[in-house]
Design a protein around this ligand. Structure first.
Ligand code: COA
Length: 193
């Protein structure tokens, strides 16, 4: 489903803003700012793309862990590979894990996204494990559009809370999530001694 279709019939404000119909884009006003949001479609990642996605994801997560905590290169890669294996023991068939490729209106892939549904002592919530827009397509609103489409995927499953984790250095992602209305629930702190 496209974000344009999702929002075209909404008359009530979304978050603190309003949604205005557009042909290729949805225009969202939040905090007094208008942003054009391109239409995207989420499609489950095909099996043939899984190995490349996982290899890329392991490297990217390892690089983030190194940058954030100072792990050695090999250790970061091992940590990252272990984490992927733990989270996705059955690959794409792992229950409650949903991995998508993000397609634009020309059906070109512009990114990928991964969330899981978790039962946490009576609280049923979803958690975003990964979101990435390909380099050349960044700063065009696809991150926003993908997040809004993911939120609809989560809502469709009757889940009312969506969480995520951001490394402190990742100001781009932090800004994106704050703009969408995400609030900080925990802070992990560290000091070099
Ligand atoms: C974070 C990421 C998903 C953003 O995707 P994007 O398509 O470039 O984001 P958008 O164009 O929708 O930008 C939405 C808002 O995010 C913020 N933002 C995005 N990139 C930014 C950057 N490089 N610097 C500062 N703010 C940025 C801005 O507030 C932006 O709004 P604006 O363009 O109106 O100023 C993308 O940079 C990415 O894939 N990064 C690598 C992977 C990653 O860090 N994933 C998130 C893990 S938590």
């Amino acid at each position: 489903m496209k974000t344009g279709e999702l929002y075209k019939d909404r008359e009530t404000p979304v978050w603190d803003g309003a949604v205005v119909k557009g042909a290729e884009t949805v225009n969202k006003i939040a905090g007094g700012e208008l942003r054009k949001i391109p239409q995207v479609r989420l499609e489950r990642l095909p099996e043939r793309a899984f190995a490349d996605w996982k290899t890329h994801g392991i490297k990217a997560f390892a690089a983030d862990k190194r940058k954030n905590h100072g792990y050695g290169a090999d250790e970061a890669l091992k940590l990252s590979a272990d984490s992927f294996s733990r989270c996705l023991p059955q690959g794409l068939a792992t229950p409650d894990h949903y991995i998508f490729q993000v397609l634009n209106t020309q059906d070109q892939p512009v990114g990928t996204a991964w969330f899981a549904v978790q039962d946490d002592y009576g609280l049923r919530r979803a958690f975003i494990y990964d979101l990435e827009i390909v380099d050349r397509e960044r700063r065009k609103g696809y991150g926003r559009a993908t997040m809004m489409a993911l939120e609809d995927e989560v809502r469709r499953r009757g889940i009312k809370t969506l969480g995520l984790h951001v490394f402190a250095f990742n100001k781009a992602a932090e800004q994106l999530y704050r703009w969408l209305g995400y609030k900080v629930t925990d802070l992990t702190m560290e000091k070099k001694l």
